[in-house]
Design a protein around this ligand. Structure first.
Ligand SMILES: Nc1ncnc2c1ncn2[C@@H]1O[C@H](COP(=O)(O)OP(=O)(O)O)[C@@H](O)[C@H]1O
Ligand SMILES: [Mg+2]
Length: 238
């Protein structure tokens, strides 16, 4: 049985507070982290002949890189998501850059990536923020199919439909591991993650971008069968 949860409630106060905290922490941490990264790179050069010590330095370096990734997500989460809308006349071109990185990652891991475009209406959105939101959804879909142990062919599909008057509908579908019903309420919470290398900020960022556009997000997920995330964005009037 498929379950549906809608997420466009008013959580802004809590999110703003968390965003401010994330931003100030991220700023404080970023500078010393930059120095650590620099010194670690220098150290690795000096240790080039010493395999054992070099391997220890490499572990430190990868830890620093992973912290940097978390900090970058925190700053993205804390950023002002007020849309700066412009007229986008070709949605396909707008999304092609977003898709590029993900589709090459998909094909290198044997995942079929499909995209489909319906309708030719011009849309009025913030292309930078929207691309960021869709990228987060695509990465989640790819993670879900890659961590799924099913033997069937794995796919990620993106559809973009501007044929409805005034509402742009984007769907990201996957046949990955799905989201258990009891987790579906939590997935938009900042820092909620089930991945060992996750930040838990991807969907919080998507939620904030879609809400700022006056849009809605729906999740349809069947544990073990896959997930469809639908975002509906009003594209002409803000
Ligand atoms: N397409 C999906 N399939 C299965 N689980 C998902 C999917 N998208 C999101 N999730 C779940 O929601 C959690 C939060 O996602 P997100 O906020 O993007 O953070 P992260 O990807 O860093 O874990 C994920 O850890 C995962 O458990
Ligand atoms: Mg994510």
């Amino acid at each position: 049985m498929k379950e549906k949860v809608s997420h466009y409630d008013e959580r802004s106060k809590r999110l703003i507070a968390m965003g401010e905290m994330a931003a100030s922490l991220a700023h404080e941490i970023r500078n010393p982290l930059g120095s650590m990264e620099l010194y670690c790179s220098l150290l690795k050069k000096d240790l080039s002949g010493e395999a054992k010590l070099l391997s220890l330095a490499e572990h430190i370096h990868s830890g620093i890189k992973s912290l940097d990734r978390i900090i970058t997500s925190c700053l993205q989460f804390a950023r002002d998501h007020q849309p700066r809308c412009i007229l986008v006349s070709d949605v396909k071109t707008m999304l092609s850059e977003t898709i590029k990185g993900v589709s090459s990652r998909a094909s290198s891991s044997g995942v079929q990536f499909v995209s489909e475009y319906i309708g030719q209406n011009k849309i009025y959105v913030d292309p930078y923020l929207i691309s960021q939101a869709i990228l987060n959804l695509l990465i989640n879909a790819l993670d879900a199919v890659n961590s799924c142990d099913s033997t069937q062919d794995r796919f990620v599909k993106l559809t973009s439909d501007t044929s409805q008057e005034g509402i742009w509908v984007v769907k990201v579908m996957d046949n990955g591991q799905g989201i258990p019903l009891e987790n579906q309420e939590k997935i938009f919470d900042p820092f909620y993650t089930t991945k060992c290398d996750g930040t838990g900020l991807g969907l919080a960022i998507v939620h904030s971008i879609v809400s700022a556009h006056g849009g809605q997000i729906e999740i349809e997920s069947n544990f073990k069968d896959g997930t469809t995330v639908t975002i509906k964005i009003p594209y002409s009037i803000l």
